[in-house]
Design a protein around this ligand. Structure first.
Ligand SMILES: Nc1ncnc2c1ncn2[C@@H]1O[C@H](COP(=O)(O)OP(=O)(O)OP(=O)(O)O)[C@@H](O)[C@H]1O
Ligand SMILES: [Mg+2]
Length: 591
């Protein structure tokens, strides 16, 4: 059945004669067959969100329904892929159409010719249903891509054989009553519908990112939701890239939504050369990139987030830990606003539609730790950047996001301006997972982990109030203890929290190393505080040699963590030396 274009307004097209169309059905418009999705439907007139440039589209052109919802294509071959918002493979589009993607271009999302070696884990006679694993292919050297029974299929296996197959070949046949069902490795899933699972759990394991300020102070839990709001140039993208590189997830889905194209190129270039320390395989081989950059159609931003999260759910259903980064959700919200305005909906705050927060919530809600239908445990962690104009967090997208997420990294322009990176403000950021993860830290790192974290937070908070006093009345009024506290605060900020993303040694710290670093700082502070109480002079304790060693602590190699024990001993030695010296009756000036 075909309808007829009656109005074109940017990415919105209205068509009449669409009596049998479904809401969210995919349609093909005009001679070129541009892809669109019906987002509103009233009295035979469909409002269609078009995912491609609509110039030259004219009233009267035909609109064909496809009978399908907007679906993600899921099969081996996703990893390492770079797709646009509607999951067209960008590399193949480039090979076929050159620098400028021809409108209406359609290509298979995944390679349908490539052969994969399928290994069954079920046998003839086994009964299986939706979500069960029937076998796997090794998608990369290390990645076992499990093949799951697709939706709507269940029954007894009558044919299953190891061998080389394309993703569209029949690999398994099921007998269900008197019906035969053939299964291929390729599955489709409507992107707006969350994939089902058995049970959702409250997160209890941290996702280790190697970023000290995050792992030690504001941890992200596996299956958690996190937002990174920050003004222009404060380091949102760099943090997202760091997380994509280093977090200990099995699969990364990176959605570049309305941001600069060159940043996606950076990801591709870097990830193709960098090696995952865990698997020794290229980072790109555990990554799926969905790129809908600022120069691509605005309307496809929404699709890109949904496509990304559906791919993430697919890998979660295999029992993997998936992390999804979305940079930036504000650009998605802007696309919603534009569409809503064109649909002439009643505008809410700052012109955003009234359903902004429910849309954002339904996106973040797709995160979580779950029991999958196939009885595996998988998780999706979502980390969304938010770019409020002028850094003003009272705007609707930031507000709506903050109500949903449990971890919040407040990026501060003044920190970024003073080149303190990551510019995560330690006074205003928070993680609501910190307490829930307590047991994990105690069992896996040390019983002292929580004590040290509280120590860091206490020093940083007191430092901030002391600095306020210093600004008002100068440093003369400070006691020796206060001066030690300020010194320790500076060490925490400059030698622990500061982390250079572009230095190979510094870019990533294991949690063990982070713990050791804090242990040394804690030891430094408590020993020196004792020394002060025992009569040491503040001038002496603040000029210990150990300070230069603390500055280089971050460069201690992961394999040589026992060097931290030397630092602890050195602190003891130096403190003993000044106490002995002061006891001799000298060096007490400046007390
Ligand atoms: N961890 C870091 N280590 C070193 N430099 C950093 C770090 N984070 C950010 N920077 C510096 O800050 C610059 C801006 O960062 P980034 O592009 O991530 O900001 P942004 O918040 O994404 O900006 P926009 O709002 O424009 O997207 C980077 O190019 C880099 O020079
Ligand atoms: Mg950015």
């Amino acid at each position: 059945m075909s309808g007829r274009v009656i109005m074109v307004s940017g990415p919105l097209v209205k068509a009449d004669n669409m009596n049998n169309a479904m809401l969210y059905e995919v349609v093909k418009i005009g001679e070129l067959g541009l892809t669109g999705e019906i987002i509103e439907y009233r009295d035979g007139v469909a409002s269609i969100q078009v995912y491609e440039e609509t110039s030259m589209l004219a009233v009267g052109q035909k609109v064909e329904t496809t009978g399908e919802l907007m679906c993600a294509y899921l099969a081996p071959g996703l990893l390492g892929g770079v797709f646009d918002g509607i999951e067209r493979p960008l590399d193949k589009l480039y090979q076929n159409f050159g620098d400028f993607i021809t409108r209406g271009a359609s290509l298979d999302t995944l390679d349908t010719k490539k052969l994969w070696h399928f290994v069954p884990i079920k046998k003839v006679g086994d009964e299986v249903e939706f979500g069960d694993t029937i076998g796997y292919v090794m998608e990369t050297k290390n990645f076992k891509h499990k093949i799951l029974v697709p939706y709507n299929a269940s029954g007894v296996i009558t044919k299953i054989e190891e061998g080389n197959y394309t993703i569209v070949d029949n690999i398994v046949t099921l007998q269900s009553g008197n019906k035969k069902v053939n299964i291929t490795m390729l599955q489709k899933w409507p992107v707006r519908t969350p994939r089902p699972y058995l049970k959702k759990y409250s997160p209890d394991t941290p996702m280790i990112t190697g970023q000290r300020v995050i792992d030690t102070l504001f941890p992200i839990a596996r299956g958690g939701v996190c937002a990174i709001p920050g003004p222009f140039g404060s380091g949102k993208t760099v943090v997202q890239h760091q997380l994509a590189k280093f977090s200990d997830a099995d699969v990364i889905v990176y959605v570049g939504c309305g941001e600069r194209g060159n940043e996606i190129i950076d990801v591709i270039n870097e990830f193709s050369t960098l090696v995952d320390p865990k698997t020794k395989d290229k980072l790109m081989n555990r990554t799926v990139l969905v790129a809908n950059t600022s120069n691509m159609p605005v309307s496809a931003r929404e699709a890109s987030l949904y496509t990304g999260i559906t791919i993430a759910e697919y890998f979660r259903d295999m029992g993997y830990n998936v992390a999804l980064m979305a940079d930036s959700t504000s650009r998605y919200a802007e696309a919603l606003r534009e569409m809503s305005a064109r649909l002439e909906e009643m505008p809410g705050e700052e012109g955003y539609p009234a359903y902004l927060s429910s849309r954002l919530a339904s996106f973040y809600e797709r995160a979580g730790v779950v029991d999958t239908l196939g009885q595996d445990k998988g998780s999706i962690t979502i980390i969304g950047a938010v770019s409020p104009a002028g850094g003003d967090l009272s705007e609707p997208v930031s507000q709506a996001t903050l109500r949903i997420v449990k971890v919040y990294f407040a990026l501060s322009s003044s920190l970024a301006y003073s080149r303190h990176f990551p510019a995560i403000d330690w006074l205003t950021s928070y993680s609501m997972y910190a307490d829930k993860l307590k047991n994990w830290y105690e069992n896996n790192i040390s019983a002292d982990f929580i004590k040290y974290r509280s120590f860091l937070q206490k020093i940083l908070q007191e430092e901030s109030s002391l600095l306020e006093i210093v600004r008002l009345v100068g440093s003369d009024s400070l006691s020796s203890q206060d001066r030690l506290l300020l010194e320790t605060g500076k060490i925490i900020r400059e030698d622990f929290l500061y982390q250079n993303a572009f230095n190979d040694e510094d870019s990533y710290s294991t949690l063990q190393k982070q713990f050791k670093m804090v242990e040394v700082i804690y030891h430094y502070y408590t020993k020196l505080l004792d020394a002060l109480k025992n009569g040491a002079s503040v001038r002496d304790i603040l000029s210990l040699n150990i300070k230069t060693k603390l500055q280089d602590m971050r460069y201690i190699e992961e394999g040589k963590l026992n060097k931290f024990d030397d630092l602890l001993l050195q602190i003891d030695d130096e403190v003993r030396a000044i106490l002995d010296y002061d006891k001799d009756g000298e060096g007490d000036e400046g007390k």
